[in-house]
Design a protein around this ligand. Structure first.
Ligand SMILES: Cc1ncc(C[n+]2csc(CCOP(=O)(O)OP(=O)(O)O)c2C)c(N)n1
Ligand code: SF4
Length: 311
């Protein structure tokens, strides 16, 4: 199949992420799509380390490392400074983990997008505070082990729907993307780059270390998350226009869960409950996109159970 992936790299080899780090893969694709006229604002997260210690950097674009809670505010300031210099070409990007986005950076993010600041906010989502040793965040999914949800205390609350929270601000553009679908990811980055105002990208970025997953399965697990409807690929324009970009085959979620050590305590009953929640969320999304669940394929039909996952 022909690929539109550009040859030019803006991320050098020699980064210090773990083998198979989905956040490193995500950054590589993001910068291929954005190009060199980019300023990256990075609040505290794994990427504060992955980029390398000053004066070295794995990135060929300027990077501002900032306080954990300030991603939205710092990007607003950088944009204002560039505007004062008459530079309308450079794209300002905040690149933050789920802890820095869903939780501690949410106030600055909400404030910035309510003002419709002209920047792209990217959350690479590895579903926990990984840099400080795998603590649960409000992005950690129902059922997961973390060091703050250990043993029988595994997380029994749902993951926050961050895209819906941003959509509620009626920003010009919000979208999900995955490291397993690079062309879709880069198309969305291109699209976001061409829009003015606040844009939000939620990128699914697997973390072999925190998920207790063999590093060579990082991309496969990301593909399975989409194929099972756990992480649907869609975009929302101006807070109202929903487009689902990929119609999954609707594989059973249990196939996704069994590959990861963070879910190994789950019983059949737990998996059934999670399947019910995933189906419910998917059907809600279909309705928002103007599609009826029945028309969308094998969702919630018994025949789906016999479909083997072929990644
Ligand atoms: C105000 C504040 N609280 C706590 C920390 C410690 N800290 C640094 S990185 C981090 C975790 C970041 O998690 P996330 O945003 O999910 O990114 P990831 O590490 O998973 O890449 C924490 C708690 C900090 N730097 N500042
Ligand atoms: S802990 Fe996870 S997100 Fe952090 S560098 Fe390692 S694989 Fe990447």
């Amino acid at each position: 199949m022909e690929s539109n992936v550009q040859d030019r790299e803006y991320m050098c080899s020699g980064h210090v992420g773990c083998p198979g780090c989905g956040a490193a893969i995500a950054m590589r694709f993001l910068l291929k799509a954005l190009g060199e006229k980019t300023v990256m604002v990075i609040p505290a997260c794994c990427w504060s380390i992955i980029a390398g210690p000053y004066p070295q950097s794995t990135l060929r674009v300027p990077v501002l490392h900032t306080a954990f809670e300030t991603g939205g505010a710092v990007a607003s300031g950088v944009r204002a400074a560039l505007d004062l210099q008459g530079d309308r070409e450079t794209t300002v990007v905040t690149w933050a983990g789920d802890g820095g986005t869903f939780d501690i950076g949410f106030q600055a993010l909400s404030g910035a997008v309510e003002r419709n600041e002209d920047f792209i906010y990217v959350c690479y989502d590895n579903e926990a505070y990984m840099n400080t040793g795998v603590q649960r965040s409000s992005s950690t999914p129902y059922g997961a082990w973390t060091t703050t949800t250990p043993g029988q205390e595994w997380k029994k609350l749902r993951k926050k729907n961050i895209v819906e929270a941003l959509v509620a601000h009626r920003i010009p553009y919000a979208a999900t993307a995955s490291i397993a679908f690079p062309e879709d990811l880069m198309r969305k980055v291109h699209k976001a780059k061409g829009i003015r105002g606040s844009r939000f990208l939620h990128i699914y970025a697997s973390c072999p270390t925190g998920w207790r997953l063999p590093s060579e399965l990082a991309v496969k697990i990301a593909r399975m998350a989409v194929q099972t409807n756990i992480f649907p690929l869609y975009e929302v324009e101006n807070g109202v226009r929903y487009t689902i970009n990929y119609m999954p085959k609707g594989y059973l979620v249990r196939e996704y869960f069994k590959l990861q050590g963070r879910f190994k305590h789950l019983t059949d009953a737990d998996l059934e409950e999670i399947q019910r929640m995933v189906d419910e969320d998917w059907e809600l999304l279909l309705r928002k996109a103007g599609l009826s669940p029945g028309a969308a394929g094998p969702i919630a039909t018994p025949s789906r159970a016999s479909v083997p996952f072929r990644g």
